[in-house]
Design a protein around this ligand. Structure first.
Ligand SMILES: [Zn+2]
Length: 305
């Protein structure tokens, strides 16, 4: 475990502990961590942080969500529907001849959807070797194992970089953002999704908020901090979309149950694959979207010219 003594953005050594907790997904992971907020810039970060290969492997067991087989069945059918507007937007931004990189592409479903719509220049990067193997085997995609820095891409290689739910997991957000800026063409689009610590559900659930995801989420980005980080790494913020989905209210409620001693078997019923739970929490999801305070945000930025 690595003790974090300075903020990854501003370098300040002053921080306030917001919450303490342990892993809610995998009960055999018992190490306790703090979620701290930098007193200077407002960035949220995990402390201490898993650091050795053994610790990283332990916190990403094979049954971790992103790597289970999400390429089949009704789950993929739903995701395909949810992705439709995003796919249209991304293709409009990059064009079908544009060079598109997805960082953290998991088993390659989204890149495959882009390809099915005529995009030709697609590259993926994925940390998990098994997910890379599945992406290459199932869709014959060009997926590189590693992080964005390990891709060794050329300067200004891409028209569009997509990074869905990656920035909260990386140990080096500033390096990651700088690298995204380096490999994008001037004016190129950088679109990423992250949890929203300013959200309504983060305020309501507090330590039970899904976005903490101790110990896998190393950082969370309040919008005021995020804007400064983007400006410091060569981006201008275009706009942020707030989705109208009930998922984060469900996940928070499930954490409340687990933290109050409800058995995992019962809490398992309250999940995003339960249509009843989706229906019950949908009004809160819609309300959060209307207030621009959803549990997650889709950020649209551009590399400065
Ligand atoms: Zn800071």
């Amino acid at each position: 475990m690595k003790e974090i003594t300075t903020c990854a953005f501003c370098g300040s050594d002053k921080a306030t502990v917001l919450y303490r907790g342990t892993d809610m997904l995998f009960p055999y992971y018992t190490h306790e961590h703090a979620v701290q907020q930098c007193d200077e810039c407002g960035l949220w970060y995990l402390n201490p942080r898993p650091d050795t290969e053994e610790e990283i492997l332990k916190m990403y067991p094979p049954e971790y969500d992103s790597y289970v087989d999400t390429g089949k069945g009704w789950f993929l059918a739903v995701r395909r529907q949810v992705w439709k507007p995003e796919l249209r937007r991304h293709i409009a931004l990059a064009g079908r001849d544009g060079h598109i990189l997805e960082v953290g592409c998991a088993t390659g479903e989204y890149l495959n959807e882009l390809r099915l719509r005529g995009c030709r220049n697609l590259v993926g990067v994925e940390y998990n070797p098994e997910a890379v193997r599945l992406a290459n085997e199932r869709y014959h995609l060009d997926v590189i194992q590693g992080d964005i820095l390990g891709g060794h891409f050329a300067d200004q290689q891409f028209d569009l970089v997509i990074m869905r739910y990656v920035l909260e997991h990386v140990p080096n957000p500033m390096e990651t953002l700088r690298e995204a800026a380096r490999i994008l063409k001037p004016g190129g689009a950088f679109i990423f999704s992250i949890p929203n610590p300013d959200s309504l559900d983060a305020r309501v659930y507090g330590r039970h908020w899904f976005g903490h995801e101790i110990p896998r989420h190393f950082f969370n980005y309040p919008q005021a901090t995020l804007k400064k980080m983007l400006a410091a790494t060569g981006f201008e913020l275009d706009h942020i979309d707030f989705p109208y989905i009930p998922n984060d209210w469900i996940l928070g409620f499930k954490n409340v149950l687990l933290n109050n001693g409800t058995s995992r078997a019962v809490a398992r019923l309250v999940d995003i694959d339960n249509p009843l739970a989706l229906a019950l929490f949908l009004p809160l999801g819609v309300l959060s979207g209307l207030l621009r305070a959803s549990g997650r945000m889709h950020v649209h930025a551009r590399r400065m010219r």
